[in-house]
Design a binder for this molecule. Structure first.
Ligand code: SF4
Length: 235
């Protein structure tokens, strides 16, 4: 957990965009990106929330007030939002303001809180930090990146989707092994997403990942925001 911080959270950015990933892809959404993460994925696309966290401190009231009237859907992402002890107060306030709340998490931390969709992205071995970053970072990431007990509790309590970032076909071996240790998850709540932050990288993986989805009954998820805006912060 990050330190208890009253009614304030450190926020890397807020923005109004289109949900680019998952079962709500295409839905206009307001994003609240908390700063700080317990993992250090090599391919992290928001290093300003993990490797070098940054951001201003916001009160819960100011965050709720920042949501535009037209934004019915709010996505609380990170970083790792579930690290924040006061997150339940934020999501309760958002729901009280009639917002649909999605939390995007790596699923290594449990909290009981108001939430309409728990979007869990368990981190596979392909997320391992480059060894040149130091053995301690790699060891810490490997120790924390998967917690089957926490994942099971999240799956039991919330409406969930499981979103896996897939880089190579053999990643399915690890996904199968993990799913075998978890409570049953409906195939269409298991999402495979191409690793990559460029249209070319995503397009290169899309065909064989789509084939895997067809074979398994899993859901393919694009990265629509990359198509729309590129790998641009605040989109
Ligand atoms: S869990 Fe998410 S925010 Fe944290 S390092 Fe990995 S990709 Fe980045």
């Amino acid at each position: 957990m990050v330190p208890e911080s009253g009614d304030r959270l450190r926020i890397a950015e807020t923005f109004h965009s289109i949900q680019g990933e998952g079962s709500l892809v295409g839905v206009p959404s307001f994003f609240i990106r908390t700063s700080g993460c317990n993992l250090r994925c090599e391919w992290c696309d928001t290093p300003y929330t993990s490797w070098e966290p940054e951001g201003d401190w916001w009160s819960i009231a100011d965050l709720v007030a920042a949501v535009p009237p037209s934004a019915r859907y709010v996505v609380v992402t990170g970083g790792e939002p579930l690290l924040w002890p006061n997150l339940p107060r934020l999501t309760a306030a958002l729901q009280a303001a009639s917002r649909h709340v999605t939390i995007e998490t790596a699923g290594t931390v449990f909290q009981a809180l108001p939430c309409d969709l728990m979007s869990i992205s368990p981190k596979l071995a392909n997320s391992a930090p480059d060894p040149q970053r130091g053995a301690a970072i790699g060891t810490d990431h490997a120790r924390k990146r998967l917690d089957v007990g926490v994942l099971a509790r999240l799956l039991d309590r919330y409406a969930c989707q499981l979103k896996f970032v897939v880089g190579e076909p053999h990643d399915l071996v690890e996904i199968d092994e993990l799913l075998g240790r978890l409570p049953p998850v409906a195939p269409d709540s298991i999402l495979l997403m191409p690793l990559g932050t460029t249209k070319a990288a995503i397009a290169g993986r899309a065909p064989w990942i789509a084939d895997l989805c067809k074979a398994r009954g899993y859901r393919y998820t694009p990265r629509l925001h990359i198509d729309l805006y590129g790998d641009v912060r605040g989109t």
